[in-house]
Design a protein around this ligand. Structure first.
Ligand code: NAP
Length: 225
């Protein structure tokens, strides 16, 4: 076990990542945007929490400066849905740009800020929490414009970054957590939070520098771009 960093960790999938990693003996450095939420219920000396808004470079830099000097796993989990509009006529430029800023650029800001601490002798895994809704091949229903575009952009940022990162012993994986019962996924979602996270953690055990940049579902299925 080593040191893991998790963003958007106060609720939903992020909080469960923290829970499971702590249970497995990891040291965890977790970011929350406004309230610590579920993080304040974990009584574990291996957990450190810090404020993090992935939209703000100042916040990301402050978070990275306080992070442990050596990081072995980054879970770029923070994200938002685009529930403020439903069809083409209702696209709101301001909100669309905000969704793209948080979901696509936010994780890149975090990777950049932590890069030096992730580059060391042994392999570091970076999990980019994307979505099947990023898939151009799988876009049968349309809608959710900004969310889809933001996650597709995240996937491309990741595939582009993986090339440079191979030299520095950093492997990326783009993960679809499934449709999960969180505030974002809603009550009708078929996948329970613990099952999604344990599945994604299993995928991480298969990561190498050779398979960096793959788009993988929580149950291990490779997804179409
Ligand atoms: N649930 C699903 O079915 C599903 C499916 C596919 C992909 N995903 C992806 O999985 C990830 C986690 O989703 P979830 O279902 O756990 O959603 P969630 O319950 O809505 O949690 C989202 C988390 O992201 C944080 N966040 C949002 N904007 C942020 C910002 N600017 N800076 C830092 N943190 C921010 C939230 O913090 P606050 O509490 O402060 O808002 C919250 O902790 C997301 O990237 C999402 O797109 C989810």
């Amino acid at each position: 076990m080593g040191v893991a960093v998790v963003t958007g960790a106060n609720r939903g999938l992020g909080a469960e990542w923290v829970h499971q990693l702590l249970e497995s003996g990891w040291e965890v450095y977790a970011g929350y945007r406004s309230e610590p939420g579920r993080l304040s219920t974990f009584e574990n000396s291996k957990l450190t929490i810090h404020q993090l808004d992935v939209q703000s470079n100042d916040s990301v830099d402050a978070f990275a400066n306080q992070a442990p000097e050596r990081i072995d796993l980054l879970v770029n989990n923070a994200g938002v849905a685009d529930g403020r509009w439903r069809n083409l006529n209702e696209i709101d430029d301001g909100w669309a740009l905000e969704v793209i800023d948080i979901n696509a650029l936010g994780p890149v800001r975090v990777v950049k800020a932590l890069y030096g601490k992730m580059s060391h002798d042994s392999l570091t895994n970076v999990a980019m929490i994307s979505s099947l809704m990023a898939s151009i091949d799988d876009c049968h229903m349309g809608r959710s414009y900004a969310y889809r575009a933001s996650k597709t952009a995240l996937n491309m940022f990741t595939v582009a970054m993986k090339k440079e990162a191979i030299e520095d012993n950093i492997s990326f994986v783009i993960l679809h957590p499934g449709w999960v019962k969180t505030d974002m996924g809603g009550d009708r979602a078929p996948v329970e939070i613990p099952d999604s996270v344990s599945g994604m953690r299993q995928v991480l055990t298969t990561r190498t520098l050779e398979n960096t940049g793959q788009f993988v579902q929580f149950d291990g299925e490779i997804l179409p771009w």
